[in-house]
Write a protein of this length. Sequence first.
Length: 580
Amino acid sequence: MATAAKAGPKPLPPATGLAGLARALVQHGHLDEVEAQALLQATRSGEADFVAQLTHAGRLRPLEVAEFASRTFGYPLLDLDAYDPAQLACSAVDPKLMQARHVLPLYVRGKRLALAISDPTRTDALDDVKFHTGLMVDPVVVEDDKLQRLIDLALSSAEQSLDALAGDEPGLEFVQDREPADEAPGAAMVGDAPVVRFIQRVLVDAIMLGASDIHFEPYEKKYRVRVRVDGELREVASPPPFLKDKIAARIKVISRLNISEKRAPQDGRMKLALTPTRAIDFRVSTLPTLFGEKLCLRILDPSAVSLGGIDALGYEQEQKAALLEAIRRPYGMVLVTGPTGSGKTVSLYSCLEVLNQPGVNISTVEDPAELNLFGVNQVNVNEKAGLTFAAALRSFLRQDPDVIMVGEIRDLETAEIAIKAAQTGHLVLSTLHTNDAPSTLTRLMNMGIAPFNIASSVNLITAQRLARRLCSSCKRPADIPAEVLLEAGYTEDELEEGWVPYAPAGCEQCKGNGYRGRVGIYQVMPISEEIRRIIMKGGDELDIAQQARAEGMRDLRHSGLLKVKQGVTSLEEVMACTNE
């Protein structure tokens, strides 16, 4: 006798042409197919998303939709009324992406982002968030009306935050020095007014502070802006991290860089017009990092650099006399060495200012020219056009020069041409990146220059550092033990001279850090006949340094210690910038 088969669960009816949440609602009898198709058609026309259409039509309440989606698709359900809005990870997602995709970031743990969404079947929204954040996305189902309310709150907070950072700076303009045909691709995508105002505010504030560089730095959970004032980096703003791409793209567009290239460093320039008669140039450098593009802007403001002559630089009397004697020779080479940002350009231009007379033909080649000096023929390097340091130097030699200034000797070809010019009746000024004066000579040898050519062409080398100058309004006597002073490099005789070291205190004039401005610390080494003989014999930098000290050369540390005795700077500052 055959037994009757057990009846299985009744199959769900098909929902032709439907997918995701709409299909599930039809299959479970919460919605008929015609209504679902009409709601989806309205969604495609851009009126609202499917869940919003569904709840506005009164077919289901937001809570009913959320409970159904959570139960059917197996995602957790969250009541947003019980969630603290202050704990939202809004910085992880661009507010415009939240609005466009109707999602809200709840929190980030490691590489995973919990994302509130009313329709967890919207894979396009989940994929967009995953692409833009680089995080794995875990959907959390929430009620649609509460979701929209918190999205509106996040948008409002983001706009207020950026407007507060941007301020009300009136219409400044970035000066474009190329034809519109050169417009970078995608320029129209980065014209957000708050972003533009924020960038302008940062640039203007940095100029007013007398900063030399501006850094836009993206990190995993923070985006910060720092400026370098008197050699010290200070954080001045912390915009929302989702703005990092827009800020980078905006600056790259103005600088005529490729905004679609984010994997390789780029270099460019831009100009900001502060007044009808004053425009500031910025040298822009981009660098790909783990969490986005870091941008560094070097401020090239000629009016901010006062060429007060050799006397204003901080040379001691015997150092200044040696330098002036070297640059007043009719031929030979004078080299200035030191790290980036140590004031080498200002020192060279101070020398050029002394030499700049109606009867002297001066030409300079730099990358780029940071100061403008009337009477000097200045050339910018343009490697794309083939105008390198070496190419410019060759051209200079056909321009009847008396004085040539080379921004930096970077390679053997440039060094050989510069030395040849110094040997054939021209005064050549240039810079190198070395730690001190004696090591500059061995650096030239290592580049491939013959010792004979170095000995016969180089007249003087000066190494330099910049130390922060104590604020004259608030500096105070410092109680430093004699043992510390002796260890720093002072002698017993110097301690018995009765001078008093000073330390920073802090006041309104110096913004509380105790320093205002900077002063140069120098090591000046004339190339004597004995030093030339050491070079010719192939001596190393230790032999050269020993002979120079025997001839009275003061090294960087002792030049700095002299500035402490004079009350110009602090011992701590000298120890930091002359780390020997």
